[in-house]
Design a protein around this ligand. Structure first.
Ligand code: NAP
Length: 281
């Protein structure tokens, strides 16, 4: 069984991106810039944002964090985003979620220019992805996709089962695999017989949030299994896949932690650089 090492894949991707940033600097005499807006002082969000800033600086991007208290009025946040949309030194804008209740998440997402939308959440990017056009793609499914492609470069005709249909993970994941000519089934909480669906799959991507939902006897021999889930349990962090059981049947499997997580941040950097490149065209 191939243990898909997300840390190694992310380190390799970051090295490639670092080279690319150096080339872009030579070509354009400037580097891509990522601006993250952080509202409130929730501990996990603060950690994510710090990690993103560190990673951005490591590959040579210009990186900035704008902090607002959780009492900030929505219109001030929207105005700041509009300013950043106009700022040519900013290639990518990310507003760290979740937001305080009084701020409308969708309004925030739609105010970010689709050309600077490094999360790939803007309806224009969602539409472009589903139409098969160039777009920003949400970072976590993009990371999963790149890991799957490394294991199996030709995905044409493969049967993929996505467990979970969130806008963040399941739906964009399905679009990426559809574009690769996979036959894709998207499952969710109302799916009648999840085990039977999974047993058909050459590729399973689990993004649910239920510890060890996908069992060993749900997985076909030699399937590729990607575990997006991060669940805190008494035994520490576990994924949505029963790792010990599934590792006995799968061809390749991502661990939790150390699988999908590290690739998510690397893909944010990739999206920032891609936004910069599109803006220079
Ligand atoms: P989400 O928005 O809560 O969506 C969960 C999806 O799972 C929903 O579509 C839901 O179906 C489906 N579901 C729930 N119970 C199910 C069941 N018994 N059988 C089949 N499907 C079921 O979750 P998310 O934001 O996609 O996150 C999923 C997991 O990934 C979480 O553990 C999260 O922490 C993790 N995550 C990891 C990363 C990373 O970087 N590694 C990034 C983001 C998220 P319905 O639509 O019918 O409700």
């Amino acid at each position: 069984m191939i243990l898909i090492d997300g840390k190694k894949a992310a380190t390799e991707l970051r090295q490639e991106l670092k080279q690319e940033v150096m080339q872009l600097k030579t070509q354009h005499n400037k580097v891509p810039g990522l601006t993250v807006i952080l509202i409130g002082d929730m501990a996990p969000s603060q950690i994510y944002v710090k990690n993103k800033e560190k990673a951005a600086k490591e590959v040579g991007l210009k990186s900035e964090i704008i902090k607002f208290p959780d009492t900030i009025e929505e219109n001030i946040v929207l105005k700041k985003i509009e300013e950043l949309n106009e700022d040519v030194s900013v290639s990518g804008i990310l507003v760290q979620l979740p937001l305080p209740k009084h701020i409308d998440k969708q309004k925030v997402i739609e105010t970010i220019s689709p050309l600077k939308d490094v999360d790939g959440f803007h309806p224009m990017n969602v539409g472009n992805l589903s139409s098969g056009y160039e777009s920003s793609v949400p970072c976590t499914p993009l990371g999963c996709y790149l890991m799957i492609k490394k294991i199996e470069p030709n995905l044409s005709g493969k049967k993929a089962v996505i467990v979970g249909r969130s806008n963040l993970n399941g739906k964009p994941m399905a679009q990426l695999l559809l574009k690769e000519n996979c036959t894709v089934t998207v499952t969710h909480s109302k799916t009648k017989d999840l085990k039977t669906e999974c047993l058909e799959a050459d590729i399973i991507v689990a993004a649910v949030g239920i510890p060890e939902l996908v069992k060993g006897d749900w997985v076909k021999k030699d399937a590729i299994v990607i575990d997006v889930g991060i669940n805190k349990t008494e035994n520490g962090l576990v994924g949505d896949v029963a790792f010990d059981e599934v590792s006995k049947v799968a061809k390749a499997l991502t661990p939790v932690p150390g699988g999908v997580g590290p690739m998510t941040i690397a893909c944010l950097l990739k999206n920032t650089i891609d936004c910069f490149k599109r803006s220079q065209k």
